[in-house]
Design a protein around this ligand. Sequence first.
Ligand code: UDP
Length: 252
Amino acid sequence: MSDSAGGNDLRYRRVVLKISGESFTAEGERGISMDAVTHVARQTYRAAQQGVQIAVVIGGGNILRGAEFTSGNSTIQQATAHYMGMLATVINGLALQDALESLGSDTRLLTAIRMEGVAEPYIRRRAQRHLQKGRIIILAAGTGSPFVTTDTAAAQRALELEADALLKATRVDGIFSDDPEKNPHAVLYRELTYQTVRDQNLRVMDSTAIAQCMEHNMPICVFNYKKEGYIERAVRGERVGTLVGDDARQTG
Ligand code: UDP
């Protein structure tokens, strides 16, 4: 990996930041709130200014998730619905790109489904080059294949871009023993192994994403994007939220 990312005290040189679509909308609503997008963009911009290379994998759940169309009487085929979900992530990616650029960031939007009039195609080496040049890259359209989510895309990109960690921004403080929005007694874990996540069926990411990270020992940090400064802190490698991993580099 390139040394172009700065600061010696930084734990990570390159990260994949998974941002869910729900962070782009007001609570309980759908669609895009530019205030919400700006909040995320500002934090991401400041995080990148620390000198860490950032690849954002953007979700689309604020607009559409493929699983919403799985009921038996839907006239939309499941695969079609997933492609619609992937296109939703491109809409979010465009919004994030403009929000980041209005702050002064150099960014590139790359899509896993080609749409040349809108964005560059995702090509691994090209993505790496952008990162080395200090650009924030926004990776949209997930993996380009249906029946998975952008969590899987984030795990996949973290591995192939040789990121040091996968940072998952969520609306809760990390991984809990139960759903904290339903159970007030749910306990927040500070650190977990992949195996525990799988054995206890903890809701972190989809199982493909966890399996991929486990196989390649990719650290995962799950944290709350709503808390001011937490994206910066997570990118800096601070202990925010829950850390999942087995490797020694986890235990600093
Ligand atoms: N999707 C897909 N393949 C991918 C990534 C996403 O088919 O590689 C579809 C899937 O239907 C998913 C939707 O796009 O539900 C939006 O992504 P996601 O649900 O991950 O968004 P988030 O929950 O992160 O906002």
